[in-house]
Design a protein around this ligand. Structure first.
Ligand code: NOJ
Length: 731
């Protein structure tokens, strides 16, 4: 459709039809293949007429069902405006990829992009038009369960992954039938709830918000994401869904977002419990004024906007703007040309869970797993070694992770099943459940362990313990699992511990018991095969931590890119001689494992850091070069990371801040030079006037294979470039 045809359609709409476009209903309203009002749904007092005017539905999928609902809907719709089908397709539709935190651990944006592409192609075949992803909320507190959906603690890494995900889901505009619209969420700062407690207050200075939390959303918008979802939390004292400053000034004016803004589930209704609206009518008005286009399941717009329009022309204008944005979205998706976007049961059968898609999911899982410890090179294991496999995560298909509603864990291969294919001598005893233990099971596990060469323990959390509404106050492994590990360690056998988790855990005790420790995350449909490939050495481990793993719970939030303090510790923080430093008296400041950390089997080091020039000039970037050496007989996969620290800034600066990274193969016994292009925009910081600037002065450039062990050099920004940049952004 042309713009003017959309406009013409819009002009024919009644006020009820317009308000209908702003209403999003859940799947329960469409039982069978058409809209019905029964049971609990009648409590919302919607008429069938209103139902057949609703602009979108969430959580319905499947070609047959979507086709039937859409055609029933169109048969009842006066202007035949197709309905939008939205759903949470987060890390796969039926082919499930590793959880987003794990995809980020690949440190390879092409892995994130491909996962999103595959998810889009399957979901599109299943009739989904819009996914509520990617979630790009920056998280530094692993007590918060939704960290599994995020890209972790670093603004740059999150931004790169946000952009890759949007491009993967959407492809190019207008969207081809294999792509779906993405919805970046949750705007904004949902990942910083106080004490890591779900749905709790968020309170950040605007300076910090702009420096660290805003960049990933901004990158998604720059990548032309078509929708944004509001967050449940408050920011600057006002719930996001009613926050005009956040939505109108920052999102629309500053970031130039002109797509559809949708509320989170009943977030408009929650303005009442937040205490900023007295009733649903006021809530509707606040949300509309903030620019929220679609009301997901609070019914505030459906019930109260009509009456408001009788009195208020401004409300009418706001409704019109929202409706136009929604119609434009439908148009970009091609729904006016084909309300079904080419779906059929035949296409669905061919598109979903293909060999190729599953292979992609396996590749992603292989790139995502992080090897934290490998004492005496116990890994990779040898095929003929006798393995005693234990632990609650060994024999289950529940390794898909939260937000995999179309995934099928009952047909997902378990780790033990894959290990039996890869190794000749495997015995298995569970030993304990995730949260249960009994003596007999422990004894059976001890028995098989006694007769083994290596114990491989699959520990961690059940998948239901990560995701929405799973905040936790204890991040150690459950005590039952620690008991089993303690008993097994009495046998003095080499022990490999594989940790299934959707969040950083406090693994200090586990680390002490283990010879090798591998974080498998929730690795998805082909996670078991990926893990077996890493354990037997077919595949090189190459994932890196996208979040710091704490040594003790009380260190949280602990993240690598903290700001300089007035009393930093020098050297070992457990040295108690100088009391008045920024440290603890009962624990060191150091985490157990830092951001960016992950071992490889190949023996890799970074040497010879070189810069082609020391000063950034207006037209010339600095080439930062380093040599990666592989001193082993295995091909290696290196993630080379480039950080900076600004020595003197107008505001305090992070002690280290990732500005670039690259994942490269380094063939056995060879070297490779990697190069980063350090452009001036990498040195931008937010000043106390809340604008972005480049400070003149000295910066330390660091390159390494994690955020701790780095080579350093110094560069300078001269007066002219700072002024040039500052002038440019003022324009
Ligand atoms: C609530 C969650 O916060 C959001 O991320 C999700 O997209 C919606 N529910 C819809 O399922």
């Amino acid at each position: 459709m042309t713009n003017s045809t959309v406009k013409k359609l819009f002009e024919k709409m009644t006020i009820e039809e317009k308000i209908g476009q702003l209403l999003q209903l859940s799947a329960d309203f469409f039982q069978g293949n058409s809209a019905v009002i029964t049971g609990p749904m009648s409590e919302h007092h919607l008429s069938l007429k209103t139902l057949y005017q609703a602009g979108s539905v969430l959580g319905v999928s499947g070609a047959k069902r979507v086709r039937a609902i859409q055609s029933d809907y169109l048969a009842h719709s006066r202007l035949k405006i197709p309905m939008l089908f939205m759903a949470d397709v987060v890390h796969g539709y039926q082919t499930i990829f590793p959880i987003p935190l794990a995809l980020t651990a690949s440190f390879d944006p092409s892995v994130m992009k491909n996962a999103s592409e595959v998810a889009a192609s399957e979901a599109a075949a299943g009739g989904v038009h819009v996914t509520f992803a990617p979630m790009v909320d920056l998280v530094r507190d692993p007590r918060w369960g939704r960290v599994m959906e995020s890209s972790g603690e670093d603004p740059f890494l999150s931004s790169v992954m946000a952009q890759a995900a949007v491009k993967g889901f959407q492809g190019e505009k207008p969207l081809a039938n294999e792509h779906i619209a993405a919805c970046v969420k949750h705007f904004a700062a949902y990942g910083a709830p106080e004490a890591g407690r779900e749905y709790n207050t968020v309170d950040l200075s605007e300076w910090r918000f702009r420096e660290q939390y805003l960049p990933a959303y901004a990158k998604a918008i720059e990548a032309q994401v078509l929708l944004v979802m509001t967050s449940f939390n408050t920011l600057f004292g006002v719930p996001a869904t009613a926050n005009q400053y956040l939505m109108r000034d920052i999102l629309r004016k500053e970031l130039h977002f002109n797509g559809v803004l949708i509320s989170d589930w009943d977030a408009i209704g929650e303005l009442i419990t937040h205490g900023v609206a007295g009733d649903l009518k006021q809530a509707a008005s606040l949300a509309l004024k903030a620019g929220v286009d679609i009301d997901m399941m609070s019914f505030a717009y459906a019930h109260y906007l009509k009456k408001a329009t009788d009195v208020d022309s401004n409300t009418k204008k706001l409704i019109d703007e929202s409706v136009m944005r929604i119609l434009e979205l439908k148009d970009v998706l091609g729904l006016f040309d084909d309300p079904y976007r080419g779906i059929s049961e035949e296409r669905e059968a061919i598109a979903i869970k293909t060999h190729k898609n599953l292979a992609s999911a396996q590749h992603a899982a292989e790139q995502a797993m992080v090897l934290l410890k490998n004492k005496n090179h116990i890994l990779p294991l040898k095929q003929q070694q006798r393995l005693a496999v234990v632990g609650p995560a060994a024999n289950t298909g529940e390794i898909l992770g939260s937000w995999s509603w179309q995934g099928d864990s009952s047909t997902t291969e378990s780790y033990i099943s894959a290990l039996r294919r890869h190794f000749l001598n495997v015995s298995y005893a569970q030993g304990c459940g995730f949260h249960q233990i009994n003596l007999q099971e422990v004894q059976t596990a001890m028995k098989i362990a006694r007769n083994s060469d290596v114990i491989v323990a699959f520990m961690g959390l059940p998948q239901s313990d990560s995701g929405e509404a799973t905040s936790m106050t204890n991040l150690c492994l459950p005590k039952e699992q620690l008991t089993l590990l303690a008993r097994l360690s009495e046998l003095n056998k080499p022990m490999v511990i594989v940790v299934n988790t959707g969040r950083p855990l406090v693994l200090t005790d586990v680390d002490a018991e283990s010879d090798a420790m591998l974080i498998s995350w929730f690795p998805g449909s082909r996670g078991a095969e990926a893990l077996a490939n890493i354990l037997d050495g077919t595949v090189e481990p190459s994932g890196k931590l996208p979040m710091t793993f704490p040594r003790k719970l009380g260190q949280i939030p602990v993240y690598y890119n903290a700001y300089s303090t007035g009393r930093p510790i020098q050297g070992d923080s457990s040295d108690n001689e100088n009391k008045y430093l920024s440290k603890y008296i009962d624990e060191s400041n150091e985490p157990l494992y830092p951001f960016g950390f992950g071992l490889t089997y190949a023996d890799l080091i970074v040497t010879d850091l070189r810069l082609n020039q020391k000063t950034i000039t207006p037209n010339k970037s600095i080439h930062v070069m380093a040599v990666v050496k592989n001193r082993s007989d295995r091909d290696g996969l290196a993630v080379v990371q480039c950080y900076i620290h600004q020595k003197v800034g107008q505001t305090v600066r992070p002690i280290k801040q990732l500005i670039d990274f690259i994942k490269v193969i380094i063939p056995a016994n060879s070297t490779k030079t990697v190069e980063f292009n350090l452009t001036s925009d990498k040195l931008v910081s937010v000043h106390s006037d809340l604008a972005k600037h480049i400070d003149v002065g000295e910066y330390i450039v660091m390159v390494g294979l994690d955020s701790e062990k780095v080579l350093k050099d110094t560069i300078f920004v001269k007066q002219n470039i700072g002024e040039l940049y500052n002038d440019q952004i003022k324009k």
